[in-house]
Design a protein around this ligand. Structure first.
Ligand SMILES: NC(=O)c1ccc[n+]([C@@H]2O[C@H](COP(=O)([O-])OP(=O)(O)OC[C@H]3O[C@@H](n4cnc5c(N)ncnc54)[C@H](OP(=O)(O)O)[C@@H]3O)[C@@H](O)[C@H]2O)c1
Length: 278
């Protein structure tokens, strides 16, 4: 499969470099700014395209690594070109392949290939990209080709439905962005207890690091500790009574999730009383 990229940014650079490193043919780059496409072509030892139609002609698959807000307009341009039989994919987490509208009329196959990975640097992120896990979805006709690509890349992946794409992305937000919000709330509570903000941050660092390491190594059940698991009712009641209303709402909602983990971990234990207070 010969792959051409539209959009020479962080994901375009990184995916192109990673794919060429795995022996997959990348034709080259077209981008809004010719300097970007030239830079990406040099970095990946591929070709710069100044004409979109030429990139389309030279490639079996067109990967749109443009910002989410640009996908629809690039698709509008592609629709006017000879894309018969081509694979068209974007890399957005929130958007599905449904963004490639009129696929019944336009004879191309639409996909989304989303890496659960942060590409923060055009020149170095590809080095760790073998750790990325992907969610893919789109037309059934060429799904075998997309699967084969992921297999050559050596990447884990799951095929999901277009309908589930936004739900999937919400889960990714929970585990990453929402965790930032949770940490910020906990640091705020420490400052309310008299910690300087820097100390609050420093104090939590070992807990955060160990917890993340344990979740990754042992899963949620293996990593679980604390008063909900131990069924320590007095402590949990004390926590709830001493938090602000917003904080206690978050505490109770997440503790109810923690309780589900505890129940899976200890199916023999009686958590009825804990269930009542949460
Ligand atoms: N970064 C991540 O960690 C990450 C992770 C997973 C998925 N994604 C997804 O990957 C996609 C790309 O993200 P990114 O982080 O690589 O963005 P980015 O670094 O901002 O790069 C986007 C590139 O697209 C080019 N571009 C913008 N509008 C264009 C247009 N109309 N036609 C042609 N080229 C255009 C820009 O080119 P010029 O330089 O030429 O102006 C820019 O270099 C997004 O859908 C994003 O959601 C990103």
């Amino acid at each position: 499969m010969k792959i051409g990229f539209i959009g020479a940014g962080k994901v375009g650079f990184s995916m192109g470099k990673y794919l060429t490193g795995r022996g997959i043919e990348v034709t080259g780059y077209y981008s809004r700014n010719p300097e970007s496409s030239l830079e990406a072509a040099n970095f990946t030892d591929t070709k710069q395209f100044l004409d979109l139609e030429q990139l389309v002609g030279d490639s079996d698959a067109i990967f749109l690594t443009v910002p989410d807000g640009e996908i629809a307009s690039v698709w509008e341009q592609l629709k006017e070109l000879p894309i018969q039989g081509k694979i068209i994919s974007h890399f957005s987490g929130a958007q599905s392949s449904d963004i490639f509208s009129e696929r019944g009329r336009i004879p191309a196959y639409g996909y989304s290939i989303h890496p659960l990975f942060a590409f923060n640097d055009k020149y170095s992120s590809y080095k760790d990209a073998d750790r990325a896990f992907y969610a893919i979805e789109g037309d059934s006709e060429k799904m075998a080709d997309i699967r084969r690509l992921l297999e050559i890349m050596g990447s884990g992946y799951t095929v999901i439905s277009a309908q589930n794409k936004i739900r999937y992305h919400a889960a990714a937000s929970i585990v990453s962005n929402l965790y930032v919000g949770l940490t910020s709330m906990a640091e705020q509570i420490l400052t309310e207890c008299g910690f300087a903000p820097d100390d609050a941050h420093r104090a939590f660092s070992p807990l955060i690091m160990n917890n993340a390491r344990n979740i990754v190594s042992y899963g949620t059940e293996g990593a679980l500790t604390g008063p909900v698991e131990r069924s320590d009712i007095a402590t949990v009641e004390g926590h709830i009574a001493n938090l602000s209303q917003k904080q206690s709402e978050v505490y109770k909602m997440l503790s109810a999730e923690v309780l589900e983990v505890a129940k899976r971990k200890h199916p023999d234990r009686d958590y009825q009383e804990m269930e009542k207070i949460l």
